[in-house]
Design a protein around this ligand. Sequence first.
Ligand code: ATP
Length: 221
Amino acid sequence: MSGQRHLLVLRDLVFSYTTDGSPPLFDGLNFEIAQGEKILLVGPNGAGKTTLLNLLAGLLESYRPRYQAFWAGKPVRLQEIRPEIAYAPDEDYLFDELTAEEHIEVFRALWTVQPTYRSDVLDLLRRFGLAEITKPVGRYSRGMRRKLFLSLILARRASLCLLDEPFNALDQQSIEALISFIEMNPGACVLVAHRPPEALRMDRVIDIRTFTRSDASSTRE
Ligand SMILES: Nc1ncnc2c1ncn2[C@@H]1O[C@H](COP(=O)(O)OP(=O)(O)OP(=O)(O)O)[C@@H](O)[C@H]1O
């Protein structure tokens, strides 16, 4: 079950936001991500897609979720593997008063990144067609912010990338650049999108609702 070809295995996840005895959002969820696998997660509003990404990113441990997790075959708690995971939520966390250049320095200090981090971010910004990197991002458009935020996250070259609605607000050039990055990047990726671009090719498409049925299995190869 926790074989080496899997990057992350999650077993018997039980998760609820409340403690009032109402049925849990996830009740025995099993999910595995193979090394380098690209997964598209779909489903209606409120079905739990963002919650699952937040759980994978180890951000919901305070709700005391029950699960077994294995990272490259080794038992872990999800918060322990946070440094291995690059997560881009659907809302960016940029600082309005800082420029793109300054963001690179801040993010480099926050995370363990490769020596090529700065040039990798700049390369992604070029691919996204964002040339303006010297003015404070408070004066960016929504799409420009999205391009910078995604570049800062993707340049981490993590072995697992979690992307929540990454195509929102992006122009066509950037959508194509992002698809090409995801396809070429050796890392695994779990991506949530309500209206994924037609050109997007992922290894698996999972409807989150399969995780809430008692007979559900996430294995759909
Ligand atoms: N912080 C929270 N506290 C309590 N309930 C929450 C919280 N966040 C989400 N929920 C509830 O959990 C359920 C799943 O929400 P989630 O945001 O994961 O769904 P989603 O599939 O990502 O939805 P959307 O497509 O609208 O983004 C919803 O019923 C939502 O109301």
